[in-house]
Ligand binder design. Structure first.
Ligand code: NAD
Length: 418
């Protein structure tokens, strides 16, 4: 049986691991986070896309085993690296990829395959991972063993475009490596798309995220101007979307969050600046606009209260939604954090509702409450930050509470749209 080791059991690594076990590979889900490994071994999934039942079935099949013991990595045939790639003071932090590669390096054998999945700047697979693996093993990537890059496109909470259904870009440092990487993923997903080298695959992922980032920034900036001009930007975007060609709809919001948009485009701009000495202006501008949005939301809150002769200090503000996107519990880089921070600094009494975010992820200084008519009526203002399906929009809309709707899902005289 082919032994697959997946380094990092997070939002990306866990679905890959479970899918590989379902495709009859013997999978070790490796993670340095002991409590995560313990939870997974006990059948407790922390992500919405993998149900406890599906995790339980994978564990019961004995083809999936979570582990924090590096000894379990030995004799792997395929290794997938899906560890974090954050920014540290605005600069890519590749230490997780480096340490994951180091944990595999001495175990690389002729014929095995190593695949990087973490989102990173173009050149990482060949310039960063290959030397670490080659140095320790004494083998050459592309000939003695296979090495490639395959970016992840997981969209948490998306029931249509699941991991299996979403085409997967694959690449290798040589034709033989490409064949090995593609051969592996062909068994996990419906369709793979081959590109000629890891750099194109790495750039493709960053193009996808930068495209979203820039277009969201465009409509966010439009939303701010349209409000000042007294024009309904949401209606205008909807009208533009009636064009059957040459337009793709993006909608404004309170800012971008998650592991991708606030971070990945900066990997690209960093690479461009470092290698070419140029500024990637679109990325810088999009960062500037999108990072400003939480501040803008608070400005609108201040203005709304001011119209009622109220100061922010001492007012009860109810935040509806803390995660970075609809129907997920992932609060990473969520705009709600910045909104909350600013409101607290202004002296507001902030309460928050989010049925998806687990208690220990609720930011300090905010009281988590249920969505009830009382909570709504006791708030001077509510801010709909995330439009989770679980929110009773009728209750919010008909409560009479003044609401700043950042998602354009509510109607009524008491609703103000972003
Ligand atoms: N979350 C998404 O929706 C998404 C989508 C596409 C791509 N990505 C990219 O995939 C990569 C992983 O993201 P994620 O969301 O799964 O992160 P995550 O934080 O959910 O999971 C990463 C896991 O790796 C573990 N880890 C860190 N260093 C390790 C090491 N040396 N050995 C073993 N385990 C280690 C951590 O403990 C953690 O459990 C990132 O590059 C991210 O940009 C994420």
């Amino acid at each position: 049986m082919t032994k697959v080791v997946v380094i990092g059991q997070g939002y990306v690594g866990l679905p890959v691991s479970i899918r590989a076990s379902e495709a009859d590979f013997e999978v070790i889900g490796f993670d340095i986070n002991l409590s995560r490994v313990r939870d997974l071994a006990a059948g407790k999934s922390f992500i919405e896309d993998i149900s406890d039942a599906r995790l339980g079935a994978a564990l019961a099949s004995s083809r999936y085993r979570p582990s924090a013991d590096p000894a379990d990595l030995a004799e792997f045939d395929v290794a997938v690296i899906s560890v974090p790639t954050p920014l540290r003071e605005g600069v890519p932090d590749l230490s997780f990829i480096e340490s994951a590669a180091a944990s595999l390096a001495a175990l690389v054998r002729p014929g095995c395959t190593v695949i990087l999945e973490s989102t990173t700047y173009p050149g990482s697979t060949e310039e960063l991972v290959a030397p670490v693996l080659e140095r320790a093993s004494g083998l050459t990537a592309g000939t003695d063993f296979h090495l490639g890059y395959s970016p992840e496109r997981i969209d948490p909470g998306n029931e249509t475009w699941t991991f299996e259904r979403t085409p997967k870009i694959v690449s290798g440092v040589s034709p033989a490596s490409l064949a090995a990487v593609q051969g592996f993923f062909d068994q996990l997903v419906d369709k793979t798309v081959a590109v000629s080298s890891p750099k194109e695959a790495e750039l493709a992922k960053l193009i996808e995220n930068t495209f979203r980032h820039v277009n969201i920034a465009l409509v966010n900036e439009l939303a701010m101007f349209a409000n000042d001009l007294g024009i309904d930007v949401w209606e205008a975007i909807e009208a533009a979307d009636s064009k059957p060609f040459g337009f793709m709809k993006f909608t404004p919001g309170p800012g971008v969050g998650g592991h991708c948009l606030p971070i990945d485009p900066s990997y690209l701009s960093w690479r461009v600046r470092r290698s070419l000495g140029h500024t990637f202006r679109f990325v810088e501008l999009a960062n500037d606009v999108n990072e400003h949005m939480p501040d803008y939301v608070v400005q609108r809150v201040v203005a709304a209260l001011n119209r009622r002769s109220l100061a922010v200090r001492g007012q009860r503000i109810l935040l509806l939604g803390l995660s970075y996107k609809k129907n997920t519990g992932d609060p990473r880089e969520a705009p709600s954090k910045e909104i909350l921070k600013r409101l607290l600094a202004l002296g507001a009494d902030v309460r928050a509702v989010d049925p998806h975010v687990v208690r220990d992820q609720i930011p300090f200084g905010v009281q988590a409450v249920e969505l009830t008519a009382e909570e709504l009526s006791e708030a001077a203002l509510a801010i709909l930050v995330v439009d989770h399906d679980a929110f009773d929009l009728d209750l919010i809309g008909h409560s009479g509470a003044e609401v700043l709707d950042c998602r354009n899902v509510l109607t009524g005289p008491n609703i103000e749209k972003l």
